[in-house]
Design a protein around this ligand. Structure first.
Ligand code: HEC
Length: 144
C-alpha cells in the first residue's frame, strides 16, 4: 500500500498546484486574450511596436505613444482605445465612437468634426476586448 499512499500524495500535490493556478484564471486569461488582440487582431503593434515602446513599423502613421511611459489608469486607457485621440493618428476602436448615443470626451461627430480619429486599419473592438487590451498594457508595458 506504500505506493498507493505515495501516488495519493502526488495526486493531492498536483491537485493543490492545479487549484493554485485556477485561483487567478480571469486575469491570466485576460492578459493572453489582450495580448492576442494587441499583437494580432487589432494590430496595435503596427504603430506601438511589439514591445509597446512606440517603435512600430516605420511605415505606420503618426508618432505612436510609448506605452511603457503611459500615466493612464485602466479607465483612461479604455477611453483612449475606444475613442482614439482627436487630431492624431490614434484610431477609435469603438465602432460607435462619437455617435449620438456614445459621445467621446463629451463630443459627438458634429463637435469633433475633422479632428475625428481615423477608423482602425485592422478591426473595431468590443467593450470586453477594449478592457482586455487595457489590462494587457498595464500588465506588460506600463512602468516597465
Ligand atoms: C495607426 C497607428 C496606431 C494604431 C494602429 C494604434 N495606435 Fe495607439 N496611438 C497612436 C498615436 C499616434 C498615439 C499618440 C496620440 C497623441 O499624440 O496623443 C497613440 C496613443 C495611444 C495611447 C495613449 C497613451 C498615453 O499615455 O497617452 C494608448 C493607450 C494607445 N495608443 C493604445 C493603443 C492600442 C491598445 C491600440 C490597438 C487596439 C492602438 N493604440 C493602435 C497610433 C496608433
Amino acid at each position: 500500500m506504500k505506493s498507493g499512499r505515495l501516488s495519493y500524495a502526488l495526486l493531492s500535490a498536483v491537485f493543490c498546484l492545479a487549484s493554485v493556478s485556477v485561483s487567478t484564471p480571469t486575469s491570466a486569461q485576460d492578459v493572453s486574450f489582450g495580448q492576442r488582440l494587441f499583437q494580432d487582431k487589432a494590430d496595435c503593434k503596427f504603430c506601438h511596436g511589439a514591445e509597446g515602446d512606440g517603435r512600430g513599423d516605420p511605415r505606420s502613421p503618426g508618432a505612436a505613444a510609448n506605452l511603457r511611459q503611459t500615466m493612464l489608469n485602466k479607465l483612461q486607457l479604455a477611453e483612449v482605445i475606444a475613442c482614439g485621440r482627436p487630431g492624431t493618428e490614434m484610431p477609435h476602436f469603438d465602432k460607435y465612437a462619437y455617435d449620438d448615443d456614445t459621445p467621446c470626451y463629451g463630443m459627438k461627430s458634429a463637435d469633433v468634426g475633422s479632428d475625428r480619429p481615423p477608423d482602425p486599419h485592422s478591426t473595431p473592438l468590443t467593450r470586453r476586448e477594449i478592457e482586455a487590451v487595457a489590462d494587457y498594457i498595464l500588465g506588460a508595458f506600463a512602468g516597465k
